[in-house]
Design a protein around this ligand. Sequence first.
Ligand code: GDP
Ligand code: ZN
Length: 397
Amino acid sequence: MSGGGKKGKGGRKVRVEFRRNRGKRTRRNDLTRDVGRDGDLDRFAQGERVSGKGELSRRRTVVVAEGDDGTPLRDIDTDGLTLGLVVSAVGLHAFVEPFVEDADGRVVPTTGETYECTVRRVLRTLARDGRNAVVTGDHVLVRVTAPAQGDDPPQAVIERVEPRRGVISRLHHNREHVIAANVDQAAIVTAAADPPLKPGLIDRFVASCERNRVRPLIVINKVDLVPRDRRGGLAEIALRYHRLGYPVVPASVPDGRGVDRLRRLLAGRVTVFSGQSGVGKSSLLNAVHDGLGLKTSEVSGVTGKGTHTTRRAVAMPLPPDARVIDTPGIRQFDLWGEDAGELEAYFVEFRPFIPHCRFPDCTHTHETGCAVKQAVEDGLIAKPRYESYVRMFEGDD
Ligand code: GDP
Ligand code: ZN
């Protein structure tokens, strides 16, 4: 793969501070010796003199290109590097699967191997927030440093993270925590019953998607648990989101309802999957692709207690051409942060009314002359949606 020409918009200068002594690497072998040849960043990082100030200066200005999301893109020689997809990442370690992009820009896995990777420290320095340096779903360039040996997977070093699009993130104390990158859509799985349907949760999810500019997909599973003559409430909820332009998929695993439609909606896309435990996420994904063999609660226990539940996001392939990012750590897809002031923009049906509020800084909660509240009264905005807005605005859970 040659990504040398892929530099994003213009270049900018970034002050990068390196630690001179990075300590001993735990895994070092002969194949890592040419690791610095792609540029002088690494040599500098290892303490080489690069400025007139000699060894006292540990800073250097490097010119880097910038990705679409403003993250600096490391300008390196991409010869000998392999394009890979991060299937899971924690700190400076990640598992990466090599892939090529087809004509439509879709990810096609190549070798079927998984590389165990470390991340160049400089990437952490270049990232706006070091914790987000490499995340699940990232497209990266890796340098293979050791082939597979016995049970050990091949080893590699992540040299560059390609610009991200469709990031799922959570705001926490005003810092962005990126959960997954290069996401096309996000699905929330809810249950019609057992556990009971909570529209407030869907509203939080949808608002988070709007903030992340990722298409939401709402699945209402376990429809079989609600008798036919008592599905009026369900229909009303489904219609509410359908009217807002969000796809709603009523589903039921035992009778296969909604499974084909879900499969079509997932095809060729990367989808973050989320929802409370016990709603049937694993069962549904198993139904969509019967070779998947995900453990369901019957096996692992509904609470997940006593089982190994990982908090990291994992990108798994859903053959033939879909990928699902499972986020066990965010059971309720509670990506909502503290940016209450922007909240109104994420309730799409409020948008036409907001300019008509008497006060330009109207929060649509206590003000007089509020066009949003008037629209709720007139039946133009669904009351439960407005109530969700108020709860989120006030920071209630
Ligand atoms: P997850 O925690 O979201 O992955 O949920 P699971 O897939 O493990 O399912 C939780 C429980 O709900 C299991 O006992 C499933 O058999 C059951 N279940 C899943 N989908 C359905 C459904 O559509 N209808 C009914 N009645 N039960 C379901
Ligand atoms: Zn208002």
